[in-house]
Design a protein around this ligand. Structure first.
Ligand SMILES: Cc1ncc(COP(=O)(O)O)c(C=O)c1O
Ligand SMILES: N[C@H](C=O)CCC(=O)O
Length: 428
């Protein structure tokens, strides 16, 4: 942390609540003050004082090509020169919808929105309107944005700040959200046996990325599918984070389980504020103006955002991209684990495609929220600050996933592993 960042953080707090526009940025979990950034390119971000960092946050996932990839900035500049917004239909929106449906075949129709929160909130309203039921099932430690019915036992910043269930959510809303243990199929079966006829939807992160990184265990998503089929409930995969990150077709392609609805964000907007939700045509046709469930947005399908997102999806559609991301991510996690093992520091990792988690834990198979909660947070915090001083930017919370981009080179990864070795030595 530099004096300039500290000064700016003090100034920010005068007129911005907590000094940030999203709590996850505030360094509350790790202590200290956030770094203020000025520019970014490829795998690097440069702070306000000119110090460069290798970035594994990537704007919390979207910058999968690396920061300011030329294909994206060219597309954005070209669109800005034409128009920034019409509030009327465009060809770009059709191209985006066609591309998303092509890449994720469970999506027959898709609606663009402006954030992941809007996507999940709208998907849930749609599921409730479609089924005529109220109950929503979610999992502890999964984060689906900050809509009222989802801020219950949530992950990410809410968990980091110790308010997984937020004040301000009325009891009348909270009572319709049932929260279960992630990766526990028995709990899901029991819940559906009791409440199935009243359950509108079940929403899940198929690779949880808001309680660190915890992929679904084999059979878990299949159980969700079976329970939803048996009770006529809508199965929603929240792929805001995992979509186009763990595979081109998202986690649903890797696991071979099709949801009824999918929510998207982050990568689909290429770094612009975008979300999307889509799925079975019979459900999506319940949306206004075709159907009765209302949902709208002044800037939804914004042409600049569509141009950025399409440019990213086009780049990601090239052969070999996800193999590269997997190789890079495994090189990083294995390299750091090897440094820790050499120092007898218990550490384990999870990984899928370009998404990973590092755990200061004796356990090597982290699959539940409880296991994540047992990790050594103090050690993570010390590791985080050591790495930050070394010029490596990891997410400022033990409950967030890490991200790899195509721009990270072997040299970046090796430099990160060497830095981790030096920092881990100080944690002995
Ligand atoms: C899985 C998941 N769903 C939903 C959201 C909400 O997205 P946004 O922050 O764009 O509202 C996020 C991230 O914040 C997320 O990781
Ligand atoms: N974990 C969150 C999204 O994935 C972090 C982003 C935020 O809430 O600011």
């Amino acid at each position: 942390m530099t004096q300039t960042s500290a000064d700016l953080f003090a100034r920010a707090q005068e007129h911005i609540p907590g000094g940030v526009n999203s709590p996850a940025r505030a360094f509350k979990g790790v202590g200290g003050t956030p770094v203020f950034f000025d520019r970014a390119a490829g795998a690097y971000m440069t702070d306000i004082d000119g110090k460069q960092y290798i970035d594994y946050v990537l704007s919390w996932g979207p910058m999968i090509l690396g920061h300011n990839a030329k294909a994206v900035t060219d597309a954005v500049h070209a669109q800005v020169d034409k128009a920034m917004s019409f509030g009327a239909p465009t060809l770009l929106e059709i191209e985006m919808a066609e591309k998303v449906c092509e890449l994720m075949p469970s999506i027959e129709k898709v609606r663009m929105v402006n954030s992941g929160t809007e996507a999940t909130m709208s998907a849930i309203r749609l599921a409730r309107g479609f089924t005529g039921r109220d109950i929503l099932v979610k999992f502890e430690g999964c984060y689906h944005g900050h809509a009222d019915s989802l801020l219950i036992k949530a992950g990410s910043g809410a968990l980091t700040l110790g308010v997984p269930t937020s004040p301000g959510v009325p009891e009348s809303v909270a009572k319709n959200t049932v929260t279960l243990e992630y990766n526990n199929p028995e709990a899901v079966r029991a819940c559906f046996a009791e409440l199935g006829a009243d359950i509108a939807a079940l929403i899940v992160e198929p690779v949880a990325g808001n309680m660190n990184c915890v992929p679904a265990v084999p059979g878990f998503l299949e159980t969700l599918r079976e329970c939803c089929d048996a009770s006529g409930s809508v199965l929603i995969f929240d792929e805001v984070m995992s979509g186009f990150r763990v595979a081109l077709g998202g986690a649903q392609a890797n696991y071979g389980v099709q949801p009824d609805l999918t929510t998207l964000g982050k990568i689909v907007g290429g770094g612009m504020p975008v979300g999307a939700f889509g799925g079975r045509a019979d459900i999506m046709d319940f949306l206004a103006p075709q159907g009765p469930v209302y949902q709208a947005g002044t800037l939804s399908g914004n042409p600049v955002a569509m141009a950025a997102g399409l440019a990213v999806l086009t780049e990601l559609s090239r052969p070999g991209v996800y193999e590269q991301l997997t190789t890079k991510t495994l090189a990083l996690t294995h390299g750091i684990l090897a440094e820790a093992a050499a120092l007898d520091i218990p550490m384990s990792s999870n990984q899928m495609g370009g998404m990973f988690g590092l755990f200061f834990s004796e356990e090597s198979d982290i699959a539940t929220f409880e296991q994540v909660s047992r990790c050594n947070i103090e050690r993570f915090n010390a590791f985080f600050h050591g790495m930050l001083a070394e010029g490596i930017y990891f997410a400022p919370s033990a409950y967030e996933a890490g991200f790899m981009s195509l721009a990270h080179t072997d040299a970046d990864i090796n430099a990160t592993i060497a830095a981790a070795g030096r920092v881990l030595k100080t944690l002995k």
